[in-house]
Ligand binder design. Structure first.
Ligand code: MN3
Length: 200
């Protein structure tokens, strides 16, 4: 049993012009593939063999740096591909109600998510996550995520944005805020809603 690089649910060019095809191809076939291979190598011979990635990340203190970095990288990118779509749209139903009640409405959510993504110094991720039934927003460094007990925010991630330079530099160079703004055009809110329902 080993972790496998998932296929994207759309073509490399599907998110263009918001995210360009070359960035998607390198990100998936090189970066994510690398995290997957390195995770499988690092997990071999440890008690993480055969466990789910969620289980490993929830007990990350039992593992070394290679499993933290590559296990986080594996999980985070799997989530990232799933929550994007060429047919963006807006949240609705229970998720929209929760954004209203927990985060002060969609514009307020968008501002705090964009701020978390823009102000993360260096490499990391921005998150929308569920903690004790409530939505919240945070960012984490490197390949950390809210499943890790010591990541600085704790819960079940339902939306992720990669703000490593490899995620946007080919198209946006130093303009991370523009990448963040355009990410909102390609969020798969149906999938985020499914993850929200599963998390609560
Ligand atoms: Mn990445």
């Amino acid at each position: 049993m080993s972790f496998k690089l998932p296929d994207l649910p759309y073509d490399y060019s599907a998110l263009d012009p918001n995210i360009d095809a070359m960035t998607m191809e390198i990100h998936h076939s090189k970066h994510h593939n690398g995290y997957t291979t390195n995770l499988n190598n690092a997990i071999e011979g440890t008690d993480g063999e055969g466990k789910s990635i969620e289980d490993i990340l929830a007990n990350i203190g039992n593992y070394g740096t290679a499993i933290r970095n590559n296990g986080g990288g594996y999980y985070n990118h799997c989530l990232f591909w799933e929550i994007m779509s060429p047919n963006g749209g807006t949240p609705s139903g229970d998720l929209m109600n929760a954004i209203d009640s927990d985060l002060g409405g969609f514009e307020s959510f968008k501002d705090s998510f964009a701020k978390a993504a823009a102000t993360r110094f260096g490499s990391g991720w921005a998150w929308l996550y569920v903690n004790n039934g409530k939505l919240d927003v945070c960012s984490t460094p490197n390949q950390d995520n809210p499943l890790m007990p010591d990541a600085g925010c704790s819960g079940t991630p339902i939306l992720a944005l990669d703000v490593w330079e490899h995620a946007y530099y080919l198209k946006y160079q130093n303009r991370r805020p523009e990448y963040i703004e355009n990410f909102f055009n390609v969020i798969n809110w149906d999938e985020v809603s499914r993850k929200y329902a599963a998390a609560i």
